[in-house]
Design a protein around this ligand. Structure first.
Ligand code: GLA
Length: 384
């Protein structure tokens, strides 16, 4: 399916002339998986599947929250925002409003109507798209200037502390800073970033396995804890090590005896994946798409064997892609245990590739995958 993002027509008319509309994109990560919370490097791109929000000011201090995708109308008073999550989808919106108020932004009451094209729970970062679009809308509609770096950090904090998911900075950062036609290399420690043009002879094709295994979030938290434990043990001999970002392959081999077999494998993935991201940057700059694709293949193998966050369906989708004409590289993307693969594909073969991979996956599993041929989109902002 060729993606054409809808201009959120329903949102434009929702509140008549007094309404404004904003959008924030979902994302796909090209390489650099499970490195963000290790202070490492990631290389995501914003995609043309977005979350849109229409907003209109009110004369009171009420937030009225509605969604085209989710049931339940919510009214909350800005002076009495619930301090803890309720488990309802509106937690994301309330968490953002609450964090903004705590950061000193006095928000007026507003009606919000949300409509998202980013599939939920498929690893394309629907929650960061929701959070960043809402945060941007609340601030801009209230006339505040917006600092995108701070906005990304605030959204991550809401996800960590209010929603209760311990994810890294990658998703809100790319939702804020994405640039059409470009991938973004982010140093997750300094938050310095570089935009890298993706050449027009390549397309990103996202293949959704249509599965999400139960253990995704518990295993995510476990991997984080394993990385922290590896750092603690390595730091007993290497005092400069604050995170796996500070460990070279050489250090890791020298100090291997400090780690259990499992912790060694986890650390290996992170250390090598950081190197792969920097290698991928060089390959992209040199127009070496084949080299970039090889790094994607290595990344997938490492996520499967060392980090152990892949699953049968993701491996199958990657295997199918690897034998389909026009592919430079294929790998799982996002947290793992289901969700999507990302494929770098020769532009002129993208439609055939999407069709053939879809058919083969259906043939093998009986599931129809959603396959998206993406455009690389802009980060959060108003919809003109
Ligand atoms: C999820 C998290 C990200 C990142 C990826 C794995 O998508 O939200 O912060 O850790 O997993 O790379």
């Amino acid at each position: 399916m060729e993606l054409v993002s809808t201009p959120f027509a329903g949102l434009q008319t929702r509140f008549g002339a007094s309404g404004r509309v904003y959008r924030a994109p979902g994302r796909v990560n090209l390489i650099g998986e499970h490195t963000d919370y290790n202070d490492g490097y990631v290389l995501p791109a914003a995609i043309n599947l977005a979350c849109g929000v229409a907003i209109a000011a009110r004369n009171d201090r009420i937030l009225h929250i509605q969604s085209a995708n989710m049931p339940g109308d919510v009214h909350v008073h800005l002076d009495r925002l619930p301090a803890v999550r309720t488990g309802h989808w509106s937690d994301y919106v309330i968490g953002i409003a609450s964090a903004l108020e705590q950061a000193g932004f006095k928000l007026p009451g507003a009606s919000l109507y949300i409509q998202s094209e980013v599939p939920l729970g498929s690893g394309l970062s629907s929650s960061a798209a929701l959070e960043t679009s809402v945060a941007y809308a609340l601030l801009d509609a209230a006339g505040y200037p917006i600092d995108l770096r701070k906005l990304a950090l605030l959204c991550q904090r809401v996800e960590n502390e209010y929603v209760g998911a311990r994810c890294g900075i990658m998703d809100p950062f790319i939702a804020c800073h994405g640039k059409g036609g470009h991938a973004l290399l982010l140093d997750c420690r300094s938050l310095d970033f570089r935009l890298l043009r993706v050449p027009p002879q390549a397309r990103l094709v996202i293949c959704n396995t249509m599965v999400k295994h139960e253990l995704a979030s518990s295993q995510y938290n476990l991997r984080r804890a394993e990385c922290e434990e590896a750092v603690r043990l390595l730091a007993t001999k290497l005092p400069c090590v604050r995170s796996l970002r500070d460990v070279s392959k050489r250090d890791l081999e020298d100090q291997r005896s400090l780690l259990t077999a499992t912790l060694y494998k986890r650390a290996c993935h992170v250390v090598e994946e950081n190197d792969r991201v920097l290698g991928a940057e060089s390959a992209l700059k040199a127009g070496n798409l084949t080299g970039f694709g090889e790094l994607m293949a290595q990344s997938h193998l490492s996520l499967k064997d060392n980090y152990e966050v892949s699953c049968r369906e993701l491996d199958l989708m990657v295997e199918i892609a690897n034998r389909t004409r026009g592919v430079y590289g294929a790998r799982m993307t996002g947290g793992g245990f289901g969700g999507c693969t990302v494929n770098l594909v020769r532009a002129e073969t993208a439609a055939d590739f999407a069709h053939q991979v879809g058919e083969a996956y259906y043939g093998a599993t009986g599931r129809h995958p959603d396959v998206y041929i993406c455009e690389i989109a802009e980060g959060v902002g108003p919809v003109s």
